[in-house]
Design a binder for this molecule. Structure first.
Ligand code: ADP
Ligand code: MG
Length: 482
């Protein structure tokens, strides 16, 4: 039944900006403060107060716009969006209506087959958050916390280009990654600093027009956005299949039950009576300002991914994991600045370093070793002084527990320097041969694959110090002679 239908999804993401102060006042912008402590007369909307533009928000909006290949509007003005709600003391929200700062870009995502696809960005505009109504603290009353009122937001509206809940999931992961790389929002959906409204419709596959869309709100994780969309697709198809009609409405996701519930229909929608905000100057952005902001932008995940897969020949899997978090990528960038064994560096990062961080509940920014120290370790492997397994299992743990000692000193102290001179290798190999007479017989009888077994034994008796490259040929020679 589902095969008959095409799913269409467009997402609206709200991202709270990480500015020190609010959008139009000097009130502190922080999450988790005591309720109603970051509120001045401006936030409270007292008569006679005037908003003052926080310039940082413009810079952040332009950064995101550039990262999404958007057009940046030269001239913009703010608008008032009027509605009454207890958590909106001014009675209107200052937003950008007709002149959003960014239009017409795209974000690249992977579809379900792993193929890259561009999702259109309709617009990104600046606005302010409302306060928060709290219904579950007091038994009788709704409480209002106005700390959030006036917190600067970016609203990122996608084209209806997404075709499945999995694509919507991937899109949100990419949006969050960009916000975090640019350090304009912490992307924390649980705390509500990033929020997503999902617009969902279904249509018969050969239909030429989109179906009626339903907007779903109140998902507190990317996973829950996916769940809500899945539920909604099933519900909408069922309505249509049983001869019903869908109405344009807003629904709320109930994460416990995994269902969506109707909140309000489009007929009951507000007329916001938008008009130009008379208290704020129009904004004009010059080419020069855009260029200056561009120059400050960090490398973005997509560029790094391309570099790692194309220039460094790493797998897509490695590249994806290395670019997932900005500071992991930055660490890796420094790590590879003085070495060329990129695969060893990637393995060390994704293996030893990540599990150390996980086990100790640390971020890469708290990691005790500098990238240059880890590159010393890789240089020892490249020089044939230690094997990769000795590096990972023996030296790495010593390094993290005593960051002051360099890897060569550790290897020497623990007697782990690989033996590659023929004399000492020969002694080990002879020991292996004399200890395993049956296998030697079999080897000489034609079971040449047993060389792997002998190499294993060699590593055991040499405690991992035998240089496998040197030892392999010597082993074969001595086995033939034995
Ligand atoms: P509204 O005025 O109701 O907010 P918009 O046209 O601004 O509607 O679109 C809001 C979001 O809904 C956008 O992300 C857009 O891509 C998406 N959208 C529009 N039409 C559809 C549809 N038929 N199905 C799914 N999503 C849609
Ligand atoms: Mg909308």
């Amino acid at each position: 039944m589902r095969d008959k239908y095409q799913v269409v999804i467009g997402l609206e993401v709200h991202a709270q900006m990480l500015t020190k102060s609010k959008a139009y006042s000097s009130d502190v912008n922080e999450f988790g403060a005591m309720p109603n402590t970051n509120v001045s007369v401006i936030t409270l909307g007292h008569p006679g107060t005037l908003p003052v533009m926080n310039k940082k928000t413009i810079e952040y909006a332009i950064k995101l716009g550039l990262a999404c290949n958007c057009h940046i509007a030269e001239n913009q003005y703010f608008a008032r969006k009027n509605y009454f709600y207890p958590d909106l003391p001014k009675g209107y929200q200052i937003t950008q209506d007709k002149t959003p700062i960014c239009t017409g870009g795209h974000i690249e995502i992977k579809d379900e087959n792993g193929t890259a696809r561009n999702i259109g960005i309709t617009r990104i505009h600046m606005e302010e958050d409302a306060g928060k109504s709290i219904h579950d603290v007091d038994v009788y009353d709704t409480l209002v916390d106005l700390n959030r009122a006036g917190v600067p937001l970016l609203e990122i509206v996608s084209e209806p280009d997404l075709r499945s809940s999995a694509e919507a999931y991937n899109y949100l992961v990419e949006v969050r990654k960009l916000l975090r790389y640019l350090e304009i929002c912490d992307g924390n959906m649980e705390e509500g600093s990033m929020r997503c409204d999902a617009n969902i419709s279904v249509m018969l596959k050969d239909a030429s027009e989109f179906g009626t869309k339903v907007e779903v709100k109140n998902m507190n994780s990317i996973r829950n956005v996916q769940r809500a969309i899945e539920f909604e697709i099933g519900r909408q198809i069922e309505v249509l299949e049983t001869g019903g009609k869908l109405t344009q409405e807003t629904r709320s996701f109930d994460a416990l039950k995994g269902i969506t519930i109707s909140m309000r229909s489009k007929e009951a929608a507000n007329d916001y009576r938008y008009f130009p905000e008379p208290d704020l100057q129009p904004i004009s952005v010059t080419e020069k300002q855009i260029e200056a902001i561009k120059a400050e932008m960090p490398a973005l995940p997509k560029e790094l991914f391309e570099k790692y897969t194309k220039e460094l020949s790493l797998s897509e899997y490695d590249a994806y994991n290395l670019t997932d978090q900005k500071y992991i990528a930055l660490y890796f960038e420094e790590l590879i600045s003085s070495i060329t064994n990129y695969k060893a560096a990637a393995n060390l990062m994704m293996g030893e370093v990540k599990s150390y961080l996980n086990q100790n509940g640390l971020e890469i920014t708290d990691f005790p070793l500098k990238p240059a120290q880890l590159s010393e370790l890789i240089k020892l492997i490249d020089a044939g002084k230690i094997s990769t397994s000795v590096a990972n299992q023996r030296i790495f743990p010593e390094m993290v527990s005593n960051p002051a000692e360099n890897p060569l000193a550790i290897a020497t102290r623990l007697n782990l320097i690989q033996e590659s001179d023929e004399g000492s290798l020969k002694a080990y190999i002879e020991q292996v041969i004399s200890q395993n007479p049956t296998e030697v017989e079999r080897y000489r009888g034609g079971e040449k694959q047993l060389v792997g077994f002998f190499m294993g034994q060699l590593m055991k008796v040499s405690q991992g110090k035998a240089d496998p490259k040197q030892a392999n040929q010597l082993m074969r020679n001595l086995l033939e002679e034995a």
